[in-house]
Ligand binder design. Structure first.
Ligand code: ZN
Length: 385
């Protein structure tokens, strides 16, 4: 009997079992609803901070002239207070819900400690970013929104390229991949991708998440391949190869740049829309700030949340395209369609593998696992070993 890719795909997905499939579907659908709840939380946070007048009280204390310092302190304070107000929600969404679905085993103390570290780091980064945005609003004239888009592009590039290399080690331990079959295989693959041999790491991803994952990041000398201990311990050698092939595909095909370009274009569009509609939103939240006034930041950030919600399908579509290309890259270079399929099935525990087409288009950052496994099976048919 000849190989039937459709039946093989169905068998792979069904191998999860009915309970796990139902759980994955509930987890995924609940995640879509969280988008809406997040927007409401963001509105509530903006409203509370505007009403409290806390940011208005910072301005007079810093005097009239040091505008940049004032913008920094206001933006950093806003970020700290916003995170404090939404802490109960973050605890539910990022910790309790993950725990109840078995996606994390992190103790609450460790979660809170790491959340505090992350908020501290981002308060500084966000503070600096908005110093730039407010300075451009003041000095760049009518077209400040174009310049602010440019600033976003630069900030994002630095963050996406350098972040994983400089920030992630603050949250996890990165150890060289120990000698053995996995290391030997990774060395060969890293060489093809131009990643230095001493930059292959296993990290304790299990500290935060039980998800099966790996990634490639950085540029040139700082590029590195990192694989979660969950994947390192739970995967066969072939699965590690197939997954790493996928991640190297992202890296070699420069998908991070596509994301930076799209986000930069979107940020120009956002700042343009914000320039025209800010007063309306400010009034709705009871703020008298103009867009160039840092005390109006809570309103501006709410507008970002709203804008990003509408931009989701476009962003997701772009990312899904990259995921397809990375799968294709893995198949072409590593040629292990069955190992790719079994590794993908492990990610279906936290991504419903059989969504509606509309659900996939609107919400999925990755093509459905069913579609991806099917591609691997079709590849298998056309490329017999
Ligand atoms: Zn990917």
């Amino acid at each position: 009997m000849s190989f039937d890719p459709q039946a093989a795909t169905a068998a792979y997905i069904d191998s999860l079992g009915a309970d796990a499939l139902a759980k994955a579907a509930a987890y995924t659908t609940g995640g879509h609803w969280l988008l809406l709840w997040n927007l409401l939380v963001s509105a509530l946070v903006a409203w509370l901070i505007v009403r409290s007048g806390i940011l208005d009280r910072i301005s007079p204390k810093l005097g009239a002239r040091r505008f940049n310092l004032k913008a920094f302190v206001i933006a950093a304070t806003y970020f700290l207070v916003a995170n404090l107000i939404s802490l109960p929600w973050s605890l539910y969404e990022e910790w309790w819900r993950e725990l109840s679905y078995g996606r994390t085993s992190q103790p609450i103390g460790d979660f809170l400690g790491q959340a505090a570290l992350s908020v501290a780091i981002f308060a500084v980064l966000i503070g600096l970013f908005f110093v730039g945005v407010y300075a451009l609003m003041r000095r760049a004239g009518r077209f400040w929104w174009v310049w602010s888009g440019g600033l976003t592009a630069v900030a994002l590039s630095i963050f996406l390229l350098a972040g994983p290399v400089f920030i992630e080690p603050l949250f996890n331990d990165y150890e060289p991949v120990p000698a053995g079959d996995v290391r030997d295989a990774l060395v060969v693959m890293a060489k093809q991708a131009g990643v230095p041999e001493d930059r292959l790491f296993v990290y304790d991803g299990s500290r935060q998440s039980n998800n099966f994952t790996a990634n490639v990041s950085g540029i040139a000398g700082s590029a590195r391949i990192a694989i979660s201990d969950i994947a390192f311990k739970g995967a066969s050698l072939d699965e590690v190869k197939a997954v790493t092939g996928h991640e190297i595909g992202h890296y070699v095909l420069g998908h991070v740049w596509r994301t930076v370009i799209l986000l930069s274009v979107l940020s120009v569009l956002f700042f343009f829309v914000a320039d025209r509609t800010f007063p309306w939103f400010a009034r709705a939240f009871g703020s008298s700030a103009s867009i160039g006034d840092p005390t109006g930041l809570p309103v501006l950030v709410f507008m970002v949340s709203l804008f990003l919600l509408f931009a989701q399908p476009l962003l997701n579509g772009t990312i899904r395209k990259g995921e397809n290309e990375a799968d294709q890259y893995s198949l072409e270079t590593v040629n292990l369609p069955d190992a790719l399929a079994t590794a993908l099935v492990k990610t279906a525990e936290y991504r419903n593998p059989r969504p509606d087409k509309l659900e996939e288009v609107l919400f999925y950052t990755h093509p459905s696992v069913e579609r991806r496994v099917r591609r691997a099976m079709d590849w298998k048919v056309s490329h017999p070993q």
